[in-house]
Design a protein around this ligand. Structure first.
Ligand code: FES
Length: 192
């Protein structure tokens, strides 16, 4: 499989790797300021705003997430103020929806109606996890091929990533997911 030295997008690959229209977030290139509410990590009650696509900037609803994948990229949004927390490269989130019966027990406990949320920043070298492997129903980082199982806590199933993607615990209201707690672990590469 051809590899990229930086985040990239591709069409359907020879091994069924699907470019989903996901993009590398511009905010990945911008510095974050700790006192900027738009740079705060996801807060309890936050919903999610689409990063791209026809609903870019709008709140992610359960129905926007195709059952069984692929993932959708988003940023947390304070629903009361409409503030999108897109000023930190570490706030990129990926959402996907599955039959709850197919999720591991631990994953199901943090999901809401089968919707799971993970950091969208690869734990290897910090690229955006922006692709999808249809044959494995798996999240894929196109930089060096790390592959994560979204139904099992985003565990690493291939590639050089040293850790699973941190997850966000979710609940749902009005048929849209929202955050109930912070990331389950360190976001991005260990060395930054
Ligand atoms: S940054 Fe290397 S596999 Fe993702």
């Amino acid at each position: 499989m051809a590899q990229c030295s930086r985040p990239c997008l591709r069409g359907v690959g020879r091994r069924g790797v699907l470019a989903t229209g996901l993009v590398v977030a511009p905010a990945l290139l911008r510095p974050a300021f700790a006192d900027d509410p738009a740079a705060l990590p996801p807060q309890p009650g936050d919903r999610f705003a689409h990063l791209t696509g026809p609903r870019k900037g709008q709140v992610v609803a359960d129905g926007d997430l195709p059952l069984g994948g692929p993932q959708v990229q988003a940023y947390p949004i304070d629903i009361k103020s409409g503030l999108v927390r897109d000023q930190s490269r570490l706030n990129l989130v990926i959402l996907a929806r599955f039959d709850p019966a197919t999720l591991s027990a631990e994953t199901r406990a943090r999901a809401a109606d089968g919707v799971v949320a993970y950091s969208g920043v690869c734990t290897h070298q910090g690229c955006a996890v922006n692709m999808w492997v249809t044959s494995k129903s798996a999240l894929y980082c196109s930089c060096h091929g790390s592959t994560y199982d979204p139904r099992d806590g985003a565990a690493v199933i291939a590639g050089p990533a040293p850790r699973s993607l941190p997850s966000l615990a979710l609940a749902t209201a009005d048929e849209a997911p929202f955050v109930t707690g912070g990331f389950s672990g360190h976001v991005g590469p260990t060395q930054q």
